[in-house]
Design a protein around this ligand. Structure first.
Ligand SMILES: Nc1ncnc2c1ncn2[C@@H]1O[C@H](COP(=O)(O)OP(=O)(O)OP(=O)(O)O)[C@@H](O)[C@H]1O
Ligand SMILES: [Mg+2]
Length: 267
């Protein structure tokens, strides 16, 4: 199977703290999924194992059928791109251009091809005007787009976005929606960690819930957002629109304003 397969993976940090405990899952190439869950649940730790930034002490990770324990981080980074939760951990080049060009140059592409990759990624992330600037002169919200563009320019088939929605205004969220749509159109796998439940309801199909080092639910978004028990147990905010629909005893499990209006206005 092309995609990412996790078999009974556990990870503990050097201080002995177990952050991911015996997790298994399969993500097929081209899938669009969100990982949600309370702070400290283990989401970032889990996805960092997908591209070898962290290596599980127990269990296995397979990317496109290959056991990644046999591969270096550089080799895995040709397959899986990870946009860090904190841009400060990712950005190290003096200009936005150099930052996005870093991996294509590392892969020894010709400078003309590098320029095309930078152009494509920067256009998609709407940061073309900032290519000559130092990434650290940009506000946090734009810096996040620099990190997303860098990973898009890597050209990997699987892309992980760790908290892209944090600190974004409506314009930023709309831009991210466009990016995710375009990546899916290109056949990429998109795995997004976020605390923005409206963003999840709008943009993803499959939702994985992590609580206390484990996956506690893995279902389609409608099933997740109407599983009030799981949401409560996992300290996840219900969608207001679903809460309202429940209070009004609506028959269908709505998860968007449009669906709500449809229910209210249908004859
Ligand atoms: N380098 C580290 N050393 C020790 N413990 C760590 C380290 N990094 C993370 N942890 C701990 O591991 C647990 C899981 O962290 P992780 O970052 O994976 O959670 P998360 O689900 O991504 O949370 P958030 O939503 O806040 O980003 C947390 O309790 C965290 O404090
Ligand atoms: Mg995290």
């Amino acid at each position: 199977m092309e995609g990412i397969r996790v078999e009974n993976a556990s990870y503990s940090y050097d201080n002995g703290y177990i952050a991911v405990d015996n997790v298994s899952l399969e993500i097929k190439k081209g899938e669009n999924l969100a990982i949600i869950g309370q702070n400290g649940a283990g989401k970032t730790t889990l996805v960092k194992m997908f591209n070898g930034l962290l290596r599980p002490q127990k269990g296995k990770i397979y990317v496109d059928n290959e056991d990644v324990s046999n591969l270096t981080v550089a080799q895995i980074s040709r397959k899986v791109g990870y946009v860090f939760q904190n841009p400060g951990e990712q950005i190290f080049n003096p200009t936005v251009y150099d930052e996005i060009a870093y991996t294509p140059r590392y892969f020894k592409l010709k400078e003309k091809e590098v320029a095309q990759k930078v152009q494509d990624a920067a256009e998609l992330c709407n940061i073309i005007d900032y290519l000559k600037l130092n990434p650290y002169d940009l506000p946090f919200s734009l810096r996040k787009f620099v990190t997303i563009a860098s990973v898009i320019a890597m050209g990997t088939e699987h892309i992980i976005l760790d908290e892209p929605t944090a600190g974004q205004d409506l314009f930023g969220l709309e831009q991210q929606k466009k990016i995710i749509k375009e990546l899916l159109k290109r056949g990429k796998t998109v795995i997004t960690i976020t605390h923005d439940m409206e963003f999840v309801a709008e943009n993803f199909s499959r939702v994985i819930v992590m609580t206390d080092k484990k996956i506690v639910a893995d279902k389609n978004k409608r099933a997740i957002f109407w599983d009030f028990e799981i949401l409560k147990k996992s300290s996840i905010k219900q969608l207001y629109v679903s809460m309202l629909a429940k209070e009004l005893a609506m028959k269908n499990n709505v998860i968007s304003i449009d669906e709500f209006i449809h229910e209210v206005t249908k004859k």
